[in-house]
Design a protein around this ligand. Structure first.
Ligand SMILES: Cc1cc2nc3c(=O)[nH]c(=O)nc-3n(C[C@H](O)[C@H](O)[C@H](O)COP(=O)(O)O)c2cc1C
Length: 357
């Protein structure tokens, strides 16, 4: 990269970088990544195991997926600030039972780069995408995603050794949307998963604002009172009348789903999981750039029963270290509600003085 030079001496405050990097998406919006600055240009990245979701069958691999999502976000944010985020990854498995609650997954060094004006503009636009991307759980318009957008997602996946697949087949889409809804019911019958979800649900706007994390009723497009009632009476979900009503409220938010996308490929250990997360975030940002929204159906992947139903329905090629590791609906919708993030300080481990002494 060459051309006009940003001021390489500009003091980089990690909290500034974190100010945008904290917008990375995480399952249940649990925001598990923590950053410990070691110098003005170096930091260690941790996954806070107390903010993980190990109860789901693939919850542990998904922790590394989330780390990969974060690394891609950090790369984009750092570049807009004039830095290449150079990583040294740690591919150890996460130990959710252990005493040490912080799992280090990377060391990062910010290396100044010279961007020409065009590259600088591109980097700033990419940052804007980080700032405006949101999960859309709203009803989608019945419109297909253009072939160029699909081709772009396919290219991103192929470059990383994955396969992007999609379907607009009405019957198949409908079937999988129902699998996604049934996953919720199935998950709630598993006590560990139920307890985990309850930790992250925010039923009122006030609660969502106070905690600035988790899944708010507003972001899920469900009335808080109905969500609270339904969650408190999970036994009723199978009841004929009330169950059907709750299912109806939920499926109503899925109106207009026209297309589903999923990604298949190597998913066999932390190295793969991290690369999967990075690739997923690249796809998400690229689709967002083109005005396409998406809604991950991660729980269909992590729930074993749903996973089998989905993989069979789409004929996913799985086994020998390969998996269909992400599924989402994609399309066009009104701009979705905001999922709040904790303040930047909450992400920074404040033992900096200890570390740099
Ligand atoms: C790996 C991954 C899996 C996810 N799985 C689901 C899911 O199964 N269902 C869902 O509604 N949202 C899912 N999400 C979306 C998150 O809940 C969402 O990103 C988070 O609440 C923050 O909201 P935002 O994307 O609007 O910033 C997933 C996100 C990621 C990164």
């Amino acid at each position: 990269m060459n051309g006009a030079t940003p001021n390489p001496e500009a003091a980089v405050v990690w909290s500034e970088i974190v100010g945008d990097a904290r917008l990375y998406p995480s399952p249940h919006n649990s925001q598990p990544v923590k950053l410990r600055p070691t110098t003005a240009r170096t930091a260690e990245l941790f996954y806070d195991l107390d903010l993980g979701l190990p109860a789901e069958s693939f919850g542990i691999p998904f922790a590394h997926v989330c780390a990969g999502v974060f690394l891609e976000t950090l790369r984009v944010v750092a570049l807009a600030a004039g830095f290449e985020a150079r990583e040294t990854l740690d591919h150890a498995e996460m130990d959710f039972e252990g005493e040490d609650r912080l799992h280090r997954f990377a060391r990062v060094t910010l290396v100044p780069v010279e961007l020409d004006p065009e590259q600088k503009l591109e980097a700033e636009i990419a940052l804007e995408r980080i700032r405006t991307r949101r999960t859309s759980r709203r009803p989608y318009r019945r419109a297909s995603v253009p072939a160029e957008a699909i081709a772009a997602a396919e290219r991103i996946c192929a470059d990383a050794g994955y396969e992007f697949r999609h379907t607009g087949d009405r019957a198949l889409v409908r079937r999988i949307v129902h699998v996604n809804q049934a996953t919720l019911f199935d998950d709630l019958e598993n006590d560990a998963v139920y307890d985990e979800i309850m930790t992250w649900l925010r039923f009122s706007k006030r609660e969502a604002a106070e905690r600035a994390d988790g899944l708010s009723a507003e972001a899920m497009l469900l009335p808080g009172r109905i969500l609270r009632f339904a969650m408190a009476h999970r036994g009723m979900w199978r009841a004929p009348v009330v169950g059907a009503a709750i299912r109806g409220v939920y499926l109503n938010t899925m109106r207009g789903v026209h297309e589903l996308g999923w990604i298949e490929g190597p998913f066999d250990g932390p190295r793969d999981y991290i690369e999967a997360g990075r690739t997923f975030m690249r796809v998400w940002l690229e689709l967002h750039r083109r005005g396409v929204v998406l809604h991950p159906f991660g729980t269909v992947i992590t729930n074993p029963r749903s996973h089998v139903l989905f993989a069979e329905a789409v004929g996913a090629r799985e086994g020998e270290g390969r998996m269909a590791w992400m599924l989402f609906r994609l399309g066009y919708s009104a701009y979705p509600p905001l999922a709040l993030r904790r303040a930047a300080e909450a992400m920074i481990l404040d033992d900096r003085k200890e570390e740099t002494r």
